[in-house]
Ligand binder design. Sequence first.
Ligand code: CMX
Length: 470
Amino acid sequence: MVFYRSVSLLSKLRSRAVQQSNVFNSVRWLQVQTSSGLDLRSELQELIPEQQDRLKKIKSEYGKVQLGNITVDMVLGGMRGMTGLLWETSLLDPDEGIRFRGLSIPECQKVLPVAKPGGEPLPEGLLWLLLTGKVPSKEQVNSLSQELQSRATIPDHVYKTIDALPVTAHPMTQFATGVMALQVQSEFQKAYEKGIHKSKYWEPTYEDSMNLIAQVPLVAAYVYRRMYKNGDTIPKDESLDYGANFAHMLGFSSSEMHELMRLYVTIHSDHEGGNVSAHTGHLVASALSDPYLSFAAALNGLAGPLHGLANQEVLLWIKSVVEECGENISKEQLKDYVWKTLNSGKVVPGFGHGVLRKTDPRYTCQREFAMKHLPEDPLFQLVSKLYEVVPPVLTELGKVKNPWPNVDAHSGVLLNYYGLTEARYYTVLFGVSRALGICSQLIWDRALGLPLERPKSVTMEWLENQCKKA
Ligand code: CMX
């Protein structure tokens, strides 16, 4: 059986107080016809014409409707708050955080299939949700797991290409290089060279995307084992789901680490379209670059310290706190350390956000995981202290729009607890997860025939002249 939530129910739900713990209970669920025989591709095949018509209707009926005014501040401020992208798979609200196809993280934790009762969602279920807007059954998720496993083999040259880099190269450099090396197998590129009709673009994009999603954990695990475990690689285990198999190939066999990886991959996958990695993937793909080229570009954006690299920076910063002041640092000492960081012209990693204005729900669910599984861990306790100490300091600074923690403030201590202690590697994990979100949207970009992205830029002189006239 497949269950889905209607659009009207979603908008009703959105208007309610989302933090309520019983929010999910108040939602009615609609049952649709059995689709146990349907695979993900067939589901998409059915959905695409309906969504194409929907987009055509929006264009023809509302094409001239204004969505806001562009100010000079927006142009100079990195396009903050400028509505300018279509991104179907998720939507970010400044206060309540991310919703994947309308579902918040706690809702996803309740409705997506799990590996064991009460466990974390399986990333394959989230992938299905991102692509179709529907919550899959356990059977559909199992068959998607198997499909991804069957696509998870990579050509030997990928390993050789990574091996050509110094083993000390940053893990993100090695990972992005491996993804670029995968590109030689692009179905989209081959089909384009053969002259595929534009109405069919989504089909090879789907194949590339599914292959890429299936294969990035192998590339990522290879980089990890090459860098930190003397190149002693671990073959995939076909009996495991996506998250657990990834943890297994990295070298982690505990069921809690498998659960953590399922949660990690699920929550890092997508964060609407304007963040650097998602936007980069979308922009590059708008030139009809294939999913490998687009995703590799996205990874290079993710590797920046203001974006995905912040997870590495957080753990390194926390470890520097411990080194200097010990694990039992008082709140006063911690406050001094935060000020010292700020006064030396650095940011406090893991805090602040370009859109969010409250605590990131991706932080909250990791905190809940920690409270359940590692409440006594000293680094978790330090992260909890930071939650109390940092926001007032950032507020006092007077310019920070969001003093609250983001996703990266928490992930490192969880990984560290289970033995994945190599902080420089953390952004690679984020990258593996991002493949799910970015590739899902790329499939829809091609299915909907979204155009080449080409915003207008202006010079300072143009701005001055324009403003003098205004
Ligand atoms: N520490 C110190 N200063 C901060 C800060 C922080 N955590 N967050 C914001 N600020 C500063 C900005 O650097 C900016 O200073 P200037 O005016 O001197 O340039 C000012 O406050 C205003 O910034 P903002 O409008 O609040 O935030 P932005 O949208 O410009 O930046 C972000 C957002 C995430 C880059 C910023 O909050 C930051 O640098 N945080 C630390 C790095 C981090 O955790 N990044 C990960 C974000 C999540 C992710 O993408 O993975």
